[in-house]
Write a protein of this length. Sequence first.
Length: 332
Amino acid sequence: MFAAYFDCPGGPENLYMKEVMKPDPGEGEVLVKVSASALNRADLLQRRGKYPPPKGASDILGLEAAGSVAGLGAGCSGRWKIGDAVMALLSGGGQAQYVTAPEGLLMPVPKEMTFIQAAAIPEAWLTAFQLLHFVGKVQEGERVLIHAGASGVGMAAIQLVRLAKAIPIVTAGTQEKLEATANAGAAAGFNYKNEDFSEKVLEFTQGSGVDIILDCVGASHWEKNLSCLSTDGRWIIYGLLSGGEVHGDLLARLLSKRASIHTSLLRSRDKEASSGYQQAFTEEVLPHFSRGASPRLQPLVDSVYPLHAIAEAHRAMEGNKNIGKIVIEIPV
C-alpha cells in the first residue's frame, strides 16, 4: 500500500508517498480501507522529529481516518461488518491506504456525510469534547475562551460549547478567521495580534472573566490568560505553539485567582480511556451531525490535498492560513 512517509526529520520537502507493507488486523482490531485522513499540528511536529508516536504505534503519519471496514481481526465482537463506513482517532498510520484500529475506537460515519467531511471530525472534535467535558467539566452558562478559534479544534469547540449551552469567546489572528468563528457561533472574537484580548474579554464579560480557557498556545499568552480568568477558573493547556517556558510569577497569580491548570494530550491516552471518550461522543454528539438535527453540528473543511501532495498540505498548515481542517484524500 502507499503511505505518507519521511526518511529523516526535517522540512516538508522530506515527505513523499512510499510503498509499504499493508497492516494485518490483530486481536480485536479492524482493518480500514482509508478514503480520507486529515492533517494535524502533531503531524508537523512528528515530521520535524519533535513528537514521536507512542510505543507500539505506527510511524506513518496521520492521527485520524475515514473509510470502510475491509477486514476483521480475531476476537472482534461483531459490532462492525465488511463495508461499514467508519472513522477513527488513531495513534498513527492514518495517512495510508489501509490502517488498523481497535474495534472500540471506531465510530460510524454519520449518514449523508462524505468521507472527506468525516475525516475532519475525529481528532478535532474528540479533542474539544474531551477538553470541555472530561477535563474542564463545562457547565451551562459558563464562559469559555478558545484560543486558535479558527483551527479544527477551535471550530469544533465553538459548536460544542454552544451545544452545552455555554458561551464561546475566541481569539484568532485575522479578521477573516474571526468572521468564520462568528459564523460558527462564537459570541465574541478578538484579534490577539492587534488588541489585548484579556482587556476585551474582561470588557465583554463585564469584569468577571471566563470560567474556562482552552489554550494550545502556551507561553506567550500566560499573563493575559490569568488576567481574564475568573476566580476558580480552569485553564486547560493542550498545546504549546509559542513554547512552554514562562518568565514571571505565574504561581502567585494563579493562587490569587484560586484557579487551576489542567493539561491534556489525547494521543498519549490509553485505549480504555480513549474508548470511553469515543463512546460518550458517539452517543451524545454524533447524532447532531445528521441532517435535521437541532442544533446541527458541522465539520469545517478548509482544503483537500491528494496524498501525493502531502508536502504542499504541510506547507499550507505551516503558513497558518487554514480555517478548519486540511484533509488528505487517499488514492484508491
